[in-house]
Design a binder for this molecule. Sequence first.
Ligand code: NAP
Length: 291
Amino acid sequence: MGIRLNGVELAKKFKAEIKDTIAKEKNMGKRTPSLASIIIGEDGGSLSYIKNQVKISEELGINYEVLRFPKSISEDEIIEYLEELNKSSNVDGIILQLPLPGAFNEGRIIESISYKKDVDSLTDINIGKFYKGEESFIPCTARSVLQLIKSTCDDLRGKKAVVVGRSNIVGKPTSYLLLNEHCTVTICHSNTKELKDICKSADILVTALGIPNFITVDYVKKEAIVIDVGTTLVDGKIRGDVDFDSVIEVASYVSPVPGGVGAMTTTMLMKNTCEAWLKNVCEDTYSNSSK
Ligand code: NAP
């Protein structure tokens, strides 16, 4: 019988580290980190996500500023506003709550966020830098997956990793992070043949399909690490892609849904914000001292 990975506990560990870093720097006179959250229209973004972001920011000592706009606002006005935030030396991170309502050109608005403040890793520049291995913000879900895997085993070198799903927000960045850890990575999708056999060969299996209970014990190698990213609402409850009860019988570790990857993502967003802030306040210190 394997071990149930606890995303809530792991998030607590990261939150403690972030809180400690912020408190120490603030004690030395640095300003408070600040995250601007743009909400357009009444339904812009999910209310529960935003509530969770507000709660965790408060807990960590990050100033979370909600900027609400009516859906009647023009695209140009939003972009002008974002450009102001880009210039502001008191704003470290900007998150645009998606999806946007109505006929907004999401891509155009996203691209007007400075990549230096793009803590949600949405802009082309940030994503390009990420895949080139340059300094960038790491997409939060993929970072959560990697941290859960690393909580079981530090050295992933040479492990066979299979990622089911090839989306830009989950499958691809997760595969890339595992490749950077020197895993041998196979990416699967809806056209993959012999999916079961491929999954069954994995030391690390990450599933991001969005099909509840799709991954049964037949897909899992003995002692594998299984990370379930899937979240689908079934009869009012969130379900993962993995048939947890059967899979935990053979795997060494399995992340549950809820309480696994999803419990980590907001904390990873705050980690990105803290990193942006540290960079800004250290640059301030440097430029002040060199004046
Ligand atoms: P997506 O864009 O719909 O991608 C799903 C992927 O699964 C696609 O690549 C698709 O292949 C593949 N797929 C679908 N059916 C398949 C099958 N029968 N066999 C093999 N592959 C199959 O979804 P996403 O945005 O990546 O999200 C995936 C899941 O993660 C969703 O349930 C989502 O709600 C969840 N999620 C959770 C978090 C979190 O924080 N926990 C964050 C983001 C997403 P094709 O490319 O060929 O279509």
